[in-house]
Design a protein around this ligand. Structure first.
Ligand code: DND
Length: 269
């Protein structure tokens, strides 16, 4: 993965107080770094150098080692995962590396609120496929928080639960495809949701998410970061169609998930 293209979507404001002085003053107060403050100035991380950069309008300057300033950051990859595939895994890994998330929690939903009119595979299968797909990555975990909750799996309910269990010193980053971010305004209690977490939108390299997000207010845009990933052409819909048509799904998803699909005769009808 290349130099990380993350950072707030708001424009650089040359008049803004530089991030390094912000860090120095707030560290003294014991508060630490908060990404939304840096976002307005244009900010991101070089993972390979483990440095935070800030562009105050006069070019990029490195300011701090990331581990010196960041709070603990946990990633949340919510999904229907019907089935999980390499697009999901590559997006989660890119976000993990770019934002130094530990761990990334995969959260399969029980009843997706936005797919009320679509048949979704039994939750137990989607959960087990998610476990199989993530088991070899020591930074990935699978959460049953939505599976064990009755009714529709609204993200706001999940974030409230996770916020309560992780406590205030952990920042939560909800990882999502750019397509899902574009629908954010239709999500339940979106105002509260954006107060509980940041969003990381996985986009194709060169994709201008800020243009697409023009309909979001400035307040929302400052809570959305982006990370560029390859493999965006893979989709669960296409994999299900391929199985139904007897076509190969090899190399679109991890082999254990492929074997699980065939063993349990999923997606045949
Ligand atoms: P999907 O059904 O899109 O999941 O649901 C994504 C999340 O949004 C779930 O946690 C939902 O519960 C939540 N949601 C949606 C709508 C309303 C509300 C909540 C609400 O609370 O009101 P998929 O399994 O299809 O995909 C999982 C994620 O991976 C999505 O963000 C999708 O955009 C992304 N994705 C890819 N990212 C990179 N490369 C690819 C991808 N394919 C899917 N190839």
């Amino acid at each position: 993965m290349n130099a990380v293209a993350c950072g707030g979507l708001a424009e650089v404001n040359p008049g803004q107080r530089p991030l390094f002085s912000y860090l120095e003053s707030t560290e003294a107060e014991g508060r630490g770094f908060h990404p939304s403050d840096g976002a307005a100035g244009g900010m991101g991380v070089y993972p390979e150098r483990n440095k935070l950069w800030y562009n105050g309008g006069n070019g990029i300057r490195e300011v701090k080692k990331l581990q010196d300033v960041a709070l603990k950051r946990v990633g949340i990859m919510g999904g229907t995962f019907d089935p999980i595939h390499y697009g999901h895994l590559v997006a989660a890994e890119a976000a993990r590396v770019a934002f130094q998330l530990e761990p990334v929690l995969f959260v399969p939903n029980r009843l997706p609120p936005h797919k009320k009119d679509y048949p979704v595979t039994e939750a137990k299968h989607r959960y087990l496929m998610t476990v199989l797909a993530t088991i070899t990555n020591p930074h990935f975990e699978v959460s049953r928080v939505e599976l064990d909750r009755e009714g529709y799996s609204y993200t706001i309910d999940t974030l409230r639960e996770l916020r309560a269990s992780f406590g205030p010193n952990v920042e939560l980053y909800f990882i999502s495809g750019a397509d899902a971010i574009l629908d954010l305004l239709s999500w339940k209690d979106v105002d509260e949701l954006l107060g509980l977490c940041y969003f990381i939108a996985a986009t194709r390299p060169g994709y201008k998410l800020s243009v697409e997000l023009g309909h979001l207010t400035q307040r929302y845009a400052r809570k959305v970061f982006k990370v560029e990933v390859p493999a965006l052409a893979i989709s669960s819909t296409d994999i299900r169609r391929r199985v139904k048509e007897g076509k190969s799904i090899k190399y679109l998803l991890p082999e254990p998930v492929e074997n699980y699909i065939y063993k349990h005769k999923l997606y045949r009808t």
